[in-house]
Design a protein around this ligand. Structure first.
Ligand code: CA
Length: 224
């Protein structure tokens, strides 16, 4: 589903998405989008930030609040490159964002990346990065074949990193990602869990999970 008020951009998106094999539903406003989602959940939502009436940010908030819609992958489309907008979008649970103007190819690549990241989590498939293999079904982690003992929080943290690689997250964002099961965690305890996670993964942990100065942490996928 695409929620976009500008007709020219809708036309461009419809063409690009159809060419890439996606079935598209185009909506002009957040209100129309929400009403359509009540009938049918989209596989992925491409959401413009600046809309007449309800904003894209507000729409994303509404979707994240409801159990039925909270897991819809959301890619925010923003007209300004302002960093705070990006962070805000991610805080709300947007899976990614793209800044206008964007090339259709880049957009398609981003959508596929969002779907890939979401899919293993939802499908219960194994996720493997740099020799670290996480099995969400048996709740086990292996590092280069060796079973790794991790606490529940470290496991969830690792699962989040593996499904959201190559992007720095603040401690607050990491806490938000773990929210629900770990609502009593405090900002500073993130460092403790990161330390335990790295220790559990041994030397791999140090290169895999990077400290990003002034921001927080990110998981690095090895360059091919
Ligand atoms: Ca707009």
């Amino acid at each position: 589903m695409v929620v976009e008020d500008e007709e020219a951009i809708r036309a461009l998106l419809r063409y690009a998405l159809t060419q890439a094999g996606f079935e598209t539903v185009m909506m002009e406003t957040a209100e129309l989008g929400l009403s359509a989602i009540r009938h049918k959940l989209p596989d992925v939502l491409l959401l413009d930030v600046m809309l007449p009436g309800m904003s894209g940010i507000h729409m994303a908030q509404q979707l994240r609040r409801e159990p039925r819609t909270k897991n819809i992958p959301i890619l925010m489309v923003t007209a300004c490159a302002d960093e705070s907008d990006r962070i805000r979008g991610l805080d709300l649970g947007a899976d990614d964002y793209i800044t206008k103007p964007f090339s259709p190819n880049e957009l398609i690549a981003r959508i596929r990346a969002v779907l890939r990241r979401r899919a293993p989590h939802q499908a219960g498939d194994m996720i493997e990065v740099a020799g670290v293999c996480l099995d969400p079904v048996s709740h086990t982690v292996r590092c280069h074949g060796t079973l790794v003992e991790l606490g529940l929080t470290e496991f969830d943290l690792l699962q989040f990193f593996l499904t959201h690689p190559d992007r720095a997250y603040t401690r607050d964002q990491l806490l938000n990602a773990l929210r629900g099961d770990h609502r009593f965690l405090e900002n500073r305890t993130v460092d403790v869990y990161i330390r335990r996670l790295r220790a559990g993964l041994g030397t791999t942990g140090d290169t895999l999970i990077e400290t990003v100065r002034g921001v927080g942490y990110k998981l690095n996928t090895p360059s091919p």
